[in-house]
Design a binder for this molecule. Structure first.
Ligand SMILES: Cc1ncc(COP(=O)(O)O)c(C=O)c1O
Length: 388
């Protein structure tokens, strides 16, 4: 028998999400008849808005099932460009917009444009877990900036400057952030961009939770410099996770390189999804999404007050997204085990901090309010019983 070839060494540094094992167990428990309150899922529970669904269905009917250009449908790139003008008052040429398979595709393209073997990329801990894996996958080294409640779980310009090394090529920011829901104050974001570009680096700004901000509307990083690479998606605000569609805005001069990379990595983003997404930028869809944003805000307010009442420490009211990052240190320093017990004993699924990095991970749990208010109330009742 031949020995099977070992996997590439890079796989050793690519970790699964712990929450996936938890989710699988939750599904098993549901199949066995147990009712589980899901507060671990990072996608909207509400469906794709009806006008978007209708546009997608019409595209299928018309047989829009051939490849589009690698950078996306010209009409969709133009619609996204218009939206930057309308939403933020920022002019972005449609040629700088690349339609991608989700923000995931956009992150891979952005980092693919920037990282050489040995390049360093500054990112936050806690942060979106895939970012550090993308960096290592491309042969770079992630440099984690620990961020805590004292800076609203966001990096400061001073911290980015202190972490910067000769090999650093980029800093990744996410605002509002996963898992903490906090926004980088505009002046601080401007200062981060200045620090990074002053060192000839690039800011990669993940704006996937824009639109789901319940305080002041937050500016795009492009308002501070056209040199930022901005990642966004139809997944969250537009409620289109399964359609797999997002976009990347690249600096002028990168258009030809990103076209080559997108062609080779993806050929093209999903055609029916792009036709559906054309209906995202209408007044009708916007009105639906605004009502939903208000609903998420109500859920945030309810869950924030309820978790605080239960004894969790939540020093910062999140500005947006649909997450609360709760400090569970009054109860445990092992939230991985706590998440397992909450599922098994209380029937409540949450995500342990370990999924988002190492910094104070054992003290934190992420609660996603991607369930209707009545389910959140049921979850809180169960938690109250569990914690006595
Ligand atoms: C911060 C952040 N970026 C990117 C993604 C990827 O999203 P998608 O590929 O569905 O657009 C997610 C998904 O949860 C996320 O939370």
């Amino acid at each position: 028998m031949e020995t099977p070839r070992p996997l590439a060494r890079r796989l050793a540094s690519i970790h699964p999400f712990h929450v996936m094992a938890l989710l699988a167990r939750a599904r098993e428990m549901e199949r066995a008849g147990r009712d589980i309150v899901h507060l671990e899922i990072g996608e909207p529970d509400l469906p794709t808005p009806a006008p978007v669904l209708a546009a997608g269905a019409a595209a299928l009917e018309r047989g829009e099932l051939y490849y589009t250009p690698a950078l996306g449908l010209p009409a969709l790139r133009a619609a996204i460009a218009n939206d930057y003008q309308r939403r933020y008052g920022v002019a972005v040429a449609a040629e700088r917009i690349v339609v991608t398979p989700g923000a995931s595709g956009a992150l891979l393209l952005a980092l693919g444009l920037l990282i050489d073997p040995g390049s360093q990329v500054v990112l936050t801990d806690p942060g979106y877990p895939c970012n550090r894996h993308f960096v290592t996958f491309l042969g770079g080294t992630p440099v984690a900036l620990p961020v805590g409640a004292e800076t609203r779980y966001q990096p400061t310009a001073a911290a980015v400057a202190a972490a910067w090394q000769p090999a650093t090529v980029a800093a990744m920011v996410c605002s509002p952030a996963n898992p903490t829901g906090t926004v980088i104050p505009p002046a601080e974001l401007a200062a981060i961009v200045a620090v990074v570009e002053g060192r000839s680096g690039r800011v990669v700004a993940d704006e996937i939770y824009h639109g789901l901000v319940y305080t002041e509307p937050t500016p795009t990083a492009l308002a501070f410099s056209p040199g930022c690479l901005v990642v966004n998606s139809f997944s969250k605000y537009f409620h289109m996770t399964g359609w797999r569609l997002g976009w990347l805005v690249v600096p002028a001069g990168y258009e030809e390189a990103v076209d080559r990379l997108a062609q080779n990595l993806f050929l093209a983003p999903s055609t029916p999804a792009q036709h559906a997404a054309l209906a995202c930028f209408t007044e009708e869809t916007e009105a639906i999404l605004q009502v939903r944003a208000q609903e998420y805000r109500q859920r945030r307010d309810f869950l924030y007050a309820a978790l605080t009442g239960l004894g969790f420490h939540l020093p910062v009211l999140p500005d947006g997204a649909f997450y609360l990052y709760a400090d569970a240190s009054p109860f445990t320093t092992d939230t991985f085990q706590l998440a397992e017990r909450l599922l098994a004993e209380a029937g409540v699924a949450v995500t342990p901090g370990i999924d988002f990095g190492d910094y104070q991970a054992g003290r934190h749990l992420r609660f996603a309010y991607t369930a209707p208010l009545a389910r959140l109330e049921e979850g809180v009742t169960r938690l109250r019983r569990f914690f006595g």
